[in-house]
Design a protein around this ligand. Structure first.
Ligand SMILES: [Zn+2]
Length: 379
């Protein structure tokens, strides 16, 4: 390492380290590039602690920022050196401040790519409006807009306030029986993506329905999140359009625990089976699949659970490790900075006990963490 980047990689004898270089020995450990979680909500905490509605409606912003500071530290200490945060869920633009504090070294945390408030269609997210008095003006979990001018204004505002990515909800549970249905029209989505791209920002689309996924893909989004009800043909369309997929399988497990009496390791619920089925279709169709867990729905610092789900779904352990390193780096457009241990990249390094290419659970046994050449955890 030299400064915050990797200067050389190879057997010690081949190295040309200066005489005064510091040596770190990590005997018996496996060295990995810093891990990446491409779908996180650093301002949320598990819903069995506090329901999502109550987090957004009742927790003061200052409290949520304090929580986020702790979440950031716990994430880094477990080897996740980069997160893409996909929406503050009612905490405004505070992800931009959190990112700044981390970058300035005020607090320990992962490198953050942020999307600020996220964009939703009018009355198509939460809290409410269903289930609440119609005369209440509720705080919102994202920025509600309608029509092309509304969509363009939201993209420009979020970009101007520091969003690295634009996050849009292409469908949501706003159907007559609470089922997921598309939210934005094709025209609105096309305008959103064109404006985001013209500002230099990629787009992440929440979509679980085939029609939401199809519209988002045709609009030219860069990633699709969840995709739980994705069909063979819509995953083929994503592969053709080079749209990457973040399966968030751990979130589905967490929902089952909170709301369906599921206990870990028992028979998967219908929802979990559906998510797994979608993942297998994506894999079969050659869609680029990254590691994105939706952490925040479950405990920060446990994003490694997603790698275990990727393996249960049919990836080899080495494939899951690539998803959480070089593949995620490419999805984030950061492949020339992070994701591999090669000269010239940021010195983001993690060492774990055991061999995660044999047993993926080893990624949870983190003993050493370095981000940008700074050691945060040592054995
Ligand atoms: Zn999410």
């Amino acid at each position: 390492m030299h400064g915050d980047w990797i200067a050389a990689v190879g057997p010690a004898a081949a190295g040309r380290a200066p005489a005064d270089a510091e040596t770190i020995n990590l005997p018996g450990l496996t060295l990995l590039p810093g891990l990446i979680d491409a779908h996180a909500h650093i301002f949320l905490h598990p819903y069995n602690e506090t329901l999502w509605n109550d987090q957004v409606l009742k927790e003061p912003l200052g409290y949520r920022v304090v929580e986020a500071v702790l979440h950031a530290r716990n994430t880094l200490m477990q080897g996740f050196t980069t997160l893409r945060d996909l929406g503050t869920e009612g905490a405004g633009f505070e992800d931009v401040s959190l990112k700044r504090a981390i970058n300035e070294g005020l607090i320990p945390g992962p490198r953050l790519e942020v999307s600020t408030r996220a964009i939703v269609a009018t009355s198509s997210y939460g809290p409410g409006p269903r289930g609440f008095r119609p005369d209440l003006d509720l705080p919102q979990g994202a920025q509600p807009v309608s029509g092309v001018p509304g969509v363009l204004a939201a993209v420009r505002e979020q970009a101007g306030r520091g969003a690295d990515w634009i996050k849009v909800y292409a469908d949501y549970g706003r159907g007559p029986r609470g089922e997921a249905v598309p939210t934005f029209s094709q025209e609105e989505l096309n305008a959103l993506v064109a404006e985001a791209h013209s500002s230099g920002r990629p787009v992440a689309a929440h979509a679980t329905t085939p029609e939401g996924m199809r519209r988002a893909t045709l609009a030219g989004v860069n990633t699709i999140e969840h995709g739980f009800d994705g069909t063979d043909s819509v995953f083929r369309l994503m592969a053709e359009h080079k749209v990457a997929y973040l399966p968030t399988l751990t979130a589905e497990e967490a929902y089952a625990e909170y709301f369906d009496h599921y206990t870990r390791g028992s028979a998967p619920t219908a929802g979990m089976q559906q998510a797994m089925q979608a993942f297998k279709l994506a894999l079969k169709n050659g869609v680029t699949i990254g590691c994105g867990s939706d952490v925040g729905v479950f405990t920060h610092g446990t994003s490694a659970r997603e790698l275990e789900w990727l393996v249960r779904g049919g990836m080899r352990p080495a494939q899951a490790l690539l998803a959480a390193t070089s593949v995620d780096a490419r999805i984030l457009g950061m492949e020339s900075e992070i994701g591999r241990i090669v000269p010239g990249l940021k010195a983001d390094l993690v060492a774990v006990t055991g061999d995660p290419t044999q047993d993926i659970a080893a990624v949870e046994k983190v003993r050493f963490v370095m981000k940008s050449g700074v050691i945060y955890r040592a054995p």
